[in-house]
Design a protein around this ligand. Structure first.
Ligand code: 13P
Ligand code: SF4
Length: 368
């Protein structure tokens, strides 16, 4: 196991931002034989403990396959929350990043929630410290507080609504129609996209995803010229210059569905490349291209793969189930306060399921 350092943006309550440092661990690569052995051990332990594996599309392909082969799920943040809440397993193993494990625990306090590595975090979560965020909210008491799923339980405890990328637009539209002004945190790119689409009055926190922030509009323009028939599918955590060239803007599931339902042969995809594993399985005949990050000089810092999602490994699942390490705990007062904003989102999405199933087709306006 080695460690790698990353920079991320951190805001304070006054709106000032600075660059801070975080680290991620890189699991040792496994041989094909070792992968088979660890996967079989993990499957046996899931069965023994009556546990179910809830995985995000960005984690290692072996973990995604294991989840599907053992009755778990591979999904976006919204579906992971729903699946964990409705499943009757007493133990959920959440393969993703910490806020996903916390969300599962907040919704199902009676279940044991384990994670392969509790240090798997997210630059959006790190960039929005609860005390600074609370002071920001205190300074704007007239605003409805809407937070992205990628935040700590303590930040959610301060929110009126939680949203994910698959429903953020519709929920803000709904709040705007009710005449509400919004305080948004923490992803500035997603916040700007929603503000542009809805015209809502939004005061936004200044955070970003270190993975999506690396996609480059200029390089994407060049790639589109090389592949004139390709459709461009973009996660809304990406910068404006990239979103402006999209045919579809949506969550990971919405991007996957856009490829499955799309008539084009080729798709340029601006999101973490972990998603390619599932799309390739479901749409083997389609051509998938990764949207460019740092252009021809791309390095491992801008490789379109989340370093914290990459900390999830088969060995971690085995260790968590054998030892009980990696259990998520959320203090009851925070959990109870955070639950309301998540349940509100789940109620809204259940009532508007048909509209939310459609990916957000946007007019491709070309380079910003
Ligand atoms: P979704 O799967 O909800 O689109 O989330 C993307 C993400 O960045 C999760 O960390
Ligand atoms: Fe956070 Fe970005 Fe990693 Fe998702 S991909 S967990 S938003 S850093």
């Amino acid at each position: 196991m080695s460690q790698v350092l990353y920079d991320y943006t951190r805001q304070d309550a006054s709106g000032g931002s600075c660059v801070a440092h975080a680290w991620a661990k890189v699991p040792e690569p496994l041989t094909p034989e070792e992968r088979r052995t660890w996967k079989a051990r993990a499957a046996a332990l899931l069965k023994k403990h009556g546990a179910v594996l809830v995985a995000h599309y960005y984690v290692d392909g072996d973990l995604q396959d294991l989840a599907l082969e053992t009755g778990g799920c591979v999904a976006d943040s919204l579906e992971m929350a729903r699946f964990g809440r409705q499943h009757d397993a007493k133990t959920l193993v959440v393969a993703g990043v910490r806020f996903m494990g916390e969300t599962a625990k907040i919704l199902s306090p009676e279940k044991r929630v384990l994670m392969p590595d509790l240090d798997a975090t997210c630059s959006l979560d790190l960039g929005c410290p609860p005390d600074q965020f609370a002071a920001f909210c205190d300074a704007h008491p007239d605003r409805t507080v809407v937070v992205y799923a990628n935040t700590s339980a303590a930040v959610k405890a301060r929110a009126d609504w939680m949203v994910t990328s698959s429903c953020a637009l519709q929920i803000v539209q709904h709040l705007k129609a009710r005449g509400e002004k919004i305080l948004w945190a923490p992803d500035r790119h997603l916040g700007r996209y929603i503000q542009e689409q809805t015209g809502a009055d939004m005061l936004a926190w200044h955070g970003e995803c270190i993975v999506h922030d690396e996609f480059k509009g200029l390089e994407l323009e060049l790639m589109r010229k090389e592949h004139p028939g390709a459709k461009v599918l973009v996660h809304p955590e990406s910068p404006h210059s990239v979103v402006a060239q999209a045919d579809v803007v949506g969550s990971t599931t919405q991007i996957l569905n856009a490829v499955l339902k799309g008539e084009a042969q080729t798709y340029i995809i601006a999101t973490d490349n972990g998603l390619m594993h599932r799309i390739r399985q479901l749409a083997p005949g389609k051509t998938l291209l990764e949207a460019p990050t740092a252009g021809r000089s791309a390095t491992c810092k801008s490789c379109a793969h989340c370093p914290w999602m990459a900390m999830n490994a088969l060995q971690g699942v085995v260790h968590a189930l054998e030892s009980g390490d990696g259990e998520i705990h959320v203090a009851e007062d925070i959990r109870a306060r955070a639950q309301g904003c998540i349940e509100r989102m789940l109620d809204f999405t259940a009532k508007n399921a048909a509209a939310l199933a459609q990916p957000a087709f946007v007019k491709n306006i070309g380079p910003a």
